[in-house]
Design a protein around this ligand. Structure first.
Ligand code: CA
Length: 229
């Protein structure tokens, strides 16, 4: 039996980028549906039931963030944003509006495929989650609340533990500062990003071989953090 080909809807007005996506994705077993504007994209999103949407933020007829909000009113389909470098705030707004991840133009095929795999994996697993997670020399057992590094138990504070397990639950995916703060410290703390920096530094001291050059707990400049898998 062959795996069904995942269908990807590309909503992007720039033909060269659509062509790049068409060529790269078709050769890796994805089926592509293309829209050059938001109005058509919305129709296609409803009619062709894609497994994932790649969405350009700068569309001629509607802002990509607004399109993300509209799709999120009725669909949980993973949405991966493509946007130009230097538009960090736009990416943050799109992620907070419900997009799953982003790619910065120009991006390579391997980066694209990795992001798509992560986004598709999160939907297929839905909320079942996994209780035990291994990453390099780190072992994270969320049932026994036990974290070890190279076999040695690590002692995390409750907030460090919550931060780490939140990133593990979204492994490979970017989380915005706001999403993390909201999950861990509650809705009132949405602007206190310095809390997060402090906890992230502490966590890196405990988890990373070289906290100044983290391998696992990556900073996404101007956006948030990502657990590298
Ligand atoms: Ca565009």
């Amino acid at each position: 039996m062959t795996e069904p080909q995942p269908t990807i809807l590309v909503i992007e007005d720039e033909e060269p980028i659509r062509k790049f996506l068409r060529v790269s994705l078709a050769s890796h077993g994805y089926r592509l549906v293309e829209s050059a504007d938001a109005a058509d994209g919305l129709v296609q999103a409803a009619s062709c039931q894609p497994d994932l949407i790649i969405l350009d933020l700068g569309l001629p007829d509607m802002d990509g963030v607004e399109l993300t909000r509209r799709i999120r009113q009725w669909s949980k389909v993973p949405i991966v944003i493509v946007s130009a470098r230097g538009k960090e705030q736009d990416k943050v707004v799109a992620l907070d509006a419900g997009a799953d991840d982003y790619l910065t133009k120009p991006f390579g095929v391997s980066e694209l495929l990795a992001r798509l795999r992560v986004a598709l994996r999160h939907t297929s697993k839905s909320d079942t989650g996994e209780a035990v997670f291994d990453l390099g020399d780190l072992h994270i057992d969320m049932v026994r609340r036990l974290i070890t590094r190279a076999g040695q138990p690590l002692h995390l504070t409750p907030n460090e533990y919550r931060l780490l397990t939140l990133l593990v639950k979204h492994a490979g995916k970017v989380l915005t500062h706001r999403q993390i703060l909201h999950e861990i410290w509650g809705p009132g703390s949405a602007l206190e990003t310095h809390y997060l920096r402090v906890y992230m530094n502490q966590l890196r001291q405990k988890l990373e071989a070289d906290p100044a050059q983290p391998r696992y707990l990556l900073t996404e400049p101007g956006v948030g953090y990502r657990l590298n898998v």
